[in-house]
Design a protein around this ligand. Structure first.
Ligand code: FMN
Length: 369
């Protein structure tokens, strides 16, 4: 990049043992092109297009077990076949000098029996059903099967699924994992008091509601080492009917508790993001959590170039995650560097199964620009 170092977003950053050359991170982006839950060869081109030397990339949400899915064609990392299928994708990112983390995921009740083994109900912290939601294309309605509340003695098995997924991610060659604790999925269903109505040691107090998340963190840390573990959370979001009555206390408690495990990074979604894609004005920000957490802090949600520059310059974050802009601009760091216009993202093709359209066909800047 010609102007490297000229803007704060393009300054180097040492994240644990990883030497990053800039602060622009590829956000985890579900693309629903992994047929049969197996990553496909077209993902090699997709991720390598978005790789820069010393850039950090996070994969799309990747299921930890056969009960973890809630959407068509999302990848997993619980079978040998899936692990093998990830390998050439990881290799391609590494060949270009990228640092690649796998986002490990369980949807919990954001599912229906059609995605579950033997048509069983999805699992959750609760048996409260989710009301039907308009899909992101704005037309279709997603229907959910009322979930089954996990029994206390079943919880260690789910924690173990995350541990095994992390080990599998190492086997596939990833540099680390990001535990998906955001956006109303299983971990969030335990953390948020709008959802969690348990009376055992995993429900009630803030400490109890965060126990499941922290047990997963501990298990994953023990398996692959704290220096390869990050977690993503969205304490302020109420996506998938998963809100909390005191999100700041939740975010702070998690940030402080994570310090005990010495994990690599804490990745939080800005309070202005009401859903995964809807931005609104909001009086809250992530600064208290950024101050409380001792490792690398990553902020996400609604950032553009100027906003990202400001956040890094004011030390409100270490790294900035870009979702939709990076999806539509495979050379986003270069465009930011040169301050060039951006391609517009096409919402209609976010989640279609096409291996090319809306996936690997967004144009790069012309070389002579
Ligand atoms: C197409 C699409 C897929 C997404 N998939 C995921 C996902 O798999 N995991 C996740 O944590 N967030 C996911 N998100 C949320 C993004 O990571 C990001 O937080 C959000 O898009 C807001 O950032 P942006 O304004 O830079 O796009 C997704 C968002 C979009 C638009």
């Amino acid at each position: 990049m010609t102007g490297e170092g000229s803007i704060p977003l393009l300054t180097p950053y040492q994240m644990g043992k990883f030497q990053l050359s800039h602060r622009i991170v590829l956000a985890p982006l579900t693309r629903q092109r992994s047929y049969g839950n197996v990553p496909q060869p077209h993902a090699i081109l997709y991720y390598s297009q978005r790789t820069t030397k010393g850039g950090l990339l996070i994969t799309e949400a990747t299921g930890v077990s056969d009960t973890a899915q809630g959407y068509p064609h999302t990848p997993g990392i619980w079978t040998k076949e899936q692990v093998e299928a990830w390998k050439p994708i990881v290799d391609a990112v590494h060949a270009k000098g990228g640092i690649f983390f796998c986002q490990i995921w369980h949807v919990g009740r954001v599912s229906n029996s059609g995605f579950q083994p033997n048509g069983r109900p999805p699992i959750s912290s609760t048996n409260k059903a989710l009301t039907p939601q308009i899909r992101s294309n704005g037309i279709d309605v997603a229907e959910f099967t009322p979930p089954r509340r996990l029994r206390t003695e079943e919880i260690p098995q789910i924690v173990n699924d995350f541990r095994v997924a992390a080990r599998n991610a190492m086997e596939a060659g990833f540099d680390g994992v990001e535990i998906h604790g955001a956006h109303g999925y299983l971990i969030d269903q335990f953390m948020k008091d709008q959802v969690n109505d348990r009376t055992d040691q995993y429900g009630g107090s803030l400490e109890n509601r965060c126990r499941f998340a922290l047990e997963i963190v501990e298990a994953v840390v023990n398996e692959i080492g704290a220096d390869r573990v990050g977690i993503r959370m969205s304490p302020f979001a109420n996506y998938m009917e998963s809100g909390d009555s005191d999100p700041k206390a939740l975010g702070l408690y998690m940030a402080e508790s994570l310090n005990k495990y010495g994990i690599l990074y804490c990745h939080m979604v800005e309070p202005r993001m009401k859903t995964v894609g809807e931005k609104s004005e909001c009086p809250h920000n992530l600064v208290p959590m950024r101050k409380a957490f001792k490792g690398t802090f990553i902020s996400a949600g609604g950032y553009d170039r100027e906003d990202g520059i400001k956040a890094v310059a004011e030390n409100r974050t270490d790294l900035v995650c870009y979702g939709r802009l990076f999806l539509a601009n495979p050379d986003l760091p270069r465009r930011f560097d040169l301050n060039k216009p951006l391609n517009k993202y096409i919402r209609e093709t976010f989640y279609i199964p096409d291996p090319v359209i809306g996936y690997t066909d967004y144009p790069f800047l012309e070389e002579d620009n």
